[in-house]
Write a protein that binds this ligand. Structure first.
Ligand code: GLA
Length: 411
């Protein structure tokens, strides 16, 4: 057995985040921010690759957040910089937008500019130019919604500095969510399904967010594991994950093709009891497996929510929840084919050491996994996973403790 020390990624306190982006604004842009806003990354408990099929998802917001310092400018220029890349990028809010002409805006800056453009296209504008500095405790490209956290801290900040009045209630937050999704789909070029932005803007501390992705309706489900002596351990495998490298889009296209053949708008319309007959009408094995994952995953999510909303949260309840997590991973590995060796090793190791359940979380193809484990054994799990990674010759993973946290807000 290799001896190792597991590495944890800490969340930032509000003071730390405010100081970090505030100092960067003073140092790099020579300005004092009007304010600092933050928004969380998320860990999805279950309900994976269901959002763009109109199904259910059950994310929690992480304590790890992205921070944005904003300062209103007297013109229509966005001046952006970040803690990662200290270059200053200027974007004219009136210049042709990426979809309208040759493109101008790349990389992370598209998430920020895209939110402003999407708000303006919904009639919330013209918005003022802004100085923006962002930095984040959400590990980038790790399947924990670092991009949604970035979009949403900017969205909630712009809402306040431009006095749009959307952040204060659920309906307004759904509009901000739509703008953040459009920024990601249209300007950053990742055709994702919206769960991440919903979690970042609408999750509540101590709760999991049961999201109906067809109607955007949510239900807050109490999710406090401490009294049960349990924790959700997040394992960032550090295997590269991206939602815009074609694989994610390919899965989405498979689902759309299957829906067309089955004569439904979205796969959520296939009820679990009709699954066998639906599978019989699909021409090839790949589409059959994709549909089987989506239909059974929506059902597992419904069952998980029902267990968590039940009267008494006993050990047995969590064992059943853990079994659903594990079944979800197996389905994502075998039917949806979005796991990778690092995710499978993390999950297999956690399960072999006695986790109640473990699964990949987020888009897959790299990124992160979660394990439902006894709090007093967290370190043991982390060390075992770290050792398995070393034995397989994988990069060392990092670990995060996922306490269900609050949504995007002024920091
Ligand atoms: C990524 C996407 C989400 C969702 C998940 C898979 O995180 O951004 O919209 O589709 O993958 O559940």
């Amino acid at each position: 057995m290799v001896t190792v020390t597991a590495e944890y990624r800490d969340a930032w306190s509000a003071e730390f985040g405010i100081d970090r982006v505030g100092s960067l604004m003073r140092e790099i842009l020579g300005e004092e921010p009007d304010g600092v806003w933050s928004a969380p990354g998320r860990a999805n408990l279950i309900g994976e690759h269901t959002d763009y099929n109109g199904g259910l998802a059950l994310p929690i917001a992480l304590p790890h957040r992205a921070f944005a310092a904003l300062r209103v400018r007297p013109d229509r220029t966005l001046r952006l910089t970040s803690g990662q890349e200290r270059d200053v990028i200027e974007i004219d809010l009136d210049r042709p937008r990426p979809a309208d002409g040759p493109d101008p805006v790349h990389g992370w800056t598209a998430y920020v500019a895209g939110v402003l453009w999407a708000l303006e296209s919904r009639g919330y504008g013209p918005l003022p130019g802004l100085d923006v500095v962002v930095d984040s405790a959400v590990p980038l490209g790790s399947g924990l919604s670092s991009s949604a956290a970035l979009e949403c801290c900017v969205a909630i900040g712009v809402d306040e500095v431009a006095r749009l009045g959307l952040g204060g209630d659920e309906d307004g937050r759904i509009i901000l969510q739509g703008a953040a999704i459009e920024a990601e789909n249209r300007y950053a070029g990742a055709n994702t399904g919206g769960m991440d932005q919903a979690a970042s803007l609408r999750a509540r501390a101590g709760h999991a967010l049961l999201l109906d992705c067809r109607t955007q309706a949510v239900r807050q489900i109490p999710f406090d594991l401490a009294p049960s002596g349990l924790e959700v351990l997040v394992i960032n495998t550090r295997a590269k994950h991206s939602n815009n490298d074609g694989q994610y889009a390919q899965r989405r296209a498979d689902c759309e093709e299957a829906a067309r053949i089955l004569g439904v708008d979205l796969l959520v319309e296939v009820a679990p009891r009709d699954l066998d007959s639906a599978l019989g009408r699909l021409p090839d094995d790949r589409l059959r497996r994709r549909v089987r994952h989506v239909v059974t995953e929506i059902d597992r999510t419904r069952r998980t929510a029902a267990l968590l909303e039940g009267q008494e949260l006993t050990r047995e309840t969590f064992e059943q929840v853990g079994d659903l997590f594990s079944a979800s991973h197996d389905s994502l590995r075998d039917d949806y084919e979005v796991t990778c060796p690092e995710l499978d090793v993390a999950v297999d190791t956690a399960r072999a050491r006695g986790a109640l359940g473990a699964r990949m979380t987020g888009g897959g193809f790299g990124g992160s996994a979660i394990a439902l484990v006894d709090s007093d054994r967290v370190q043991d799990f982390a060390d075992a996973i770290e050792a398995s990674f070393a034995e397989h010759g994988f990069r060392s993973p990092e670990f995060l403790v996922a306490l269900a946290s609050g949504p995007a807000a002024r920091a």
